[in-house]
Design a protein around this ligand. Sequence first.
Ligand code: NAI
Length: 389
Amino acid sequence: MDIQQHFPVGIIGSGAMGSGIAQVAATAGHPVIIYDTNPAALEKCRGSLAATLQKLQEKGKLPDAQAVIGRLSFASDMNAFAACGLVIEAIVERLEVKKSVFTTLEQVVAPDCILASNTSSLSIASIASACTRADRVLGIHFFNPAPLMALVEVIPAVQTAPGLPDQVKQLMQQWGKAPVIAKDTPGFIVNRVARPFYGEALRIYEEGIADMATIDWAMTALAGFKMGPFTLMDYIGHDVNYVVTETVFQSFFCDPRYKPSFSQKRLLEAGWLGRKSGRGFYSYAEGSAMPEPVKDEAAGRAIWERILFMLINEAVDALQWQIASAEDIELAMTKGVNYPKGLLQWCNELGSGYVLAGLDSLYEVYHEDRYRASALLRRMGVAQKEFPL
Ligand code: NAI
């Protein structure tokens, strides 16, 4: 594959992610072939992509929508991928289904075609194991909505050919994305490092330290996040957010740092999925008013600092375990989930000794492994050192 060329790109799965990735690839100049087993999904994708691209042109954000639409084609079987240089899979998040798709896919594409999965929680090594030439398989993880979110996590599996991640990283840059390279470990960068944003907020709420509205207020008005944890969980949907938490927890051999919460599990069980079902932590029914926060700045600071210490600890731990470079961890959290600043930079600004003391005092109170400071944070904190960024 010559990444300077506009080779055809195949997309498997025409849902939320597949459509978005197809739009990105076609806008970057590639002919794109989209395949789905569900003809209705494929038709819906065709209609919504055409409408989206037209709208972008009307807003002056795309010079020629028709040219991009002309590069899109829709297929009802995988033989259409024969000439592709890259195929990205974005189907249902089930390992056995993905493996069977990759085995079939390998039989219809050229030997040098790159095969990628957009999985957010499965191991790339296990998906690649379904292929005879597993060295051309890797993860290319986009964020939702793919056309708007700049971050792309590129994930080599143990089987992946050594030069491939950098080649794909370059391609993603050509597509206008901000790619980072992440190790094939649960949650990659973003879905691992971001867990305490939800988990620690839930814990503070479950212990009755503060109510949801107050925690959301502290995280937005005082800490500068765009959305508070409860508003964001309701927005993502508990069927997605809870499942990611549980998967990360299970995949980390039940490390208590990632323990899911009963409050969120019950919402899922009740079918209170968040905004999309009209009710989650908050009610979105017509006429319902949002609860008012208790705007006490000192109590608010204690809340946002506790959540932030836990987030910083995750970022430092990811660095210690070489999940990604410091630069990529910072980029991932600012571009992937729009954090107001990188967590390592935030640690430097607060002082690593201060963050370590915060975590240690939580540990003192609870004596739970959940609050153990990363060994790297301890080393930096004791020496009052800054992370070189
Ligand atoms: P979706 O449910 O919107 O779309 C999945 C599509 O795949 C459906 O149209 C379905 O008909 C099709 N499909 C299912 N089995 C198939 C098969 N065997 N062959 C061909 N097509 C098949 O799902 P969504 O949200 O687009 O997610 C897709 C993948 O992207 C999953 O692996 C998910 O974990 C991952 N992802 C999702 C994100 C999100 O926020 N929704 C973010 C990043 C990754």
